[in-house]
Write a protein that binds this ligand. Sequence first.
Ligand code: C2E
Ligand code: MG
Ligand code: MG
Length: 662
Amino acid sequence: MGEPKKKNLWEFLRYGLGFYRNPPYIEDQLREADVRSAAYLTAVVCLVEIAMILRYIRNWVLPGKVASVGEFFHYTYAYWWLLGSALLILIYGVLYMKGKLGRLRRISSVLIFLYFSFAIYFGITTAMHDFSRGRMIICFLTMLMYVTVICVWRPFSSVAIIGGVGFLFVWLLNNRTFDKAGNRLSLSEGDFINYITFLIILCILVIAVYFQRYRDAKKSWELEKISVTDDLTGIPNMHKFDEDSKAYMDKSRAEGKYPVYLVFDLANFQTYNDRFDYNGGDELLVEMGNVIVSAFPGEPAARQFGDIFSVLTNAEDYRERAARVREQIRAAHPTETYLDVKVGAYRTKETTRDARHAVDRARHALKQLHSREDEFFLEYGERMSSDYSLKQYVLNHVDEAVREGYIKVYYQPVMWAEDETLAGCEALARWIDPKFGFLSPGLFIPTLEEGRQIHKLDLCIYDAVCRQIRECIDRGLPVLPTSMNFSQLDFELMDAVSELEKIVEKYEIPKEYLHVEITESAITRDVAGLKSAVARLHSEGSGRYAVWLDDFGSGYSSMNVLKDFDFDLLKIDMEFLKNFHNNPSSRKIISCIIHLADDLNMRTLCEGVETREAVDFLREAGCGRLQGYYYGKPMPYEDILAKIRDGTYKLRKAPRPADRDA
Ligand code: C2E
Ligand code: MG
Ligand code: MG
């Protein structure tokens, strides 16, 4: 499609004369340009014809030279014809440009051709009449110019039309015009040469206009193509997908159908990229795009980004088709056994607002699949829907929850292993929502981390903890050293150390009352940034925060973390105690960790202590502090104070030097 390359004379002529097929978009643009010209031109024609009719009325009707209405129309019928037809084309052109014609758009060429023939007929007959009276043939030339403006068709058709009509006119002048005496008239040689020159210039002008329009149309076609196509795979991009899916949804709903959104993901694409380089990865993405498009022909399909593709379909067998895509990709790469295709699906409902919304839900289903090795397809379901809505709720309401005090701090006691007196407590966030009630930190903490809003909650917790300590100091109540959880993202999303300093200064809290817990699994991200944050926590301002490593042993980089960071205390992950009763290795591992920490001059705390047996073992093994349900679940600070009062929790009379965390 498109014009041929201009390699030789023949190709040059083909191109110059316009013997090639244009893409429909370019044809549309050219046709629209013709219709637009026709509308402008016919607007002028309407004005001219109205002026001609008024002129006739002024010169003939008003002076009483016209005897009847019949006579009036007899002499002005050509004006009325031209006015009527021009008006018709004008209305058609306006509706065409406003896009209100539907299928009638297709008859534009026929209409323009009819109008063209009529105008040329008028031009020829009037000019022949004038010529036979010794006047100029200017009316024909004007009409020819008029109509060529609206038929800027291919060069060959313009040349054929202008040439054909031009020669027909000359033939008629020379053979069919007579003076009053009946003598045949003919064009003088000089006029003939001028006339031919005029026709040639007209052809050149029309061809120049055609190529100008053609280039504009092609440029906008290319721009259009770029804006709707994914650079890499050549299949539509999400912009186009959004547009197509709107129309697709409207059509489906009119037919009572609810299409399904599918989101495809190449599992372990990163590994493939590492093995085959980015070029190899790119080729796989192109292949994936093609396989998906051919599995769902004629339906909206696009690459979202990276290795994620979207499809919208009414096909009943969408699962089977998705399975075929997966099989095809796996069959094409038999040695890459890790490579897989996972598909999340979402069936739209009456309430589905737009494509993005539905794609998000299908992606949510896809995410669930990542933890299910043996499955490749999951459709978004009702249970998932409430889970998803709750996450959206958390993200949208965190500011309100902080402002309105829905975020509460619960404190879990921490005991000295040696004598089981109270060593301090851990501050844990609770969200008590007026609408949903008690929300689990297992839900809102990861959700806020994913949505990069965790710092809002953490700032609120630091403030509440410091306020609580201040109140205890002022009222002479027991003050418990409290550990607070820091997310790795806190250090990215704000200057966490300075923010904490500000709050500590505001409430004038001695730093030995505060410990900072950083989860081990978070450390893999920005090691350098975190190292400097830990150093600042140790050295900034007066005093020193103890920095604790939380959940030690739950991640993959435990040993490196110990080597690289200067932690004061190691919190042994509760997983080690889970099967502590029937797995002798657990005991050995816990003992080893405690010794290792001792050697590195770090204190130890074991989480998840639930039984007396665990307490005894840990004390024997030399663990410094214990935390777990055996001593108490997280609770409001007043409850801890009440338990101190009723003797459930005991405080040491005077802390020994070894109790100090610094
Ligand atoms: P974590 O810091 O490791 O906190 C310990 C979690 O274990 C708490 O769960 C606690 O209730 C639970 N736990 C304590 N003892 C036992 C036990 O004997 N058995 C069992 N099965 N569980 C026990 P929670 O409060 O649900 O918190 C979960 C996680 O959420 C925390 O783990 C922490 O990583 C995060 N988190 C909690 N509050 C905050 C916060 O304010 N900020 C940040 N960034 N994260 C927080
Ligand atoms: Mg913690
Ligand atoms: Mg922990």
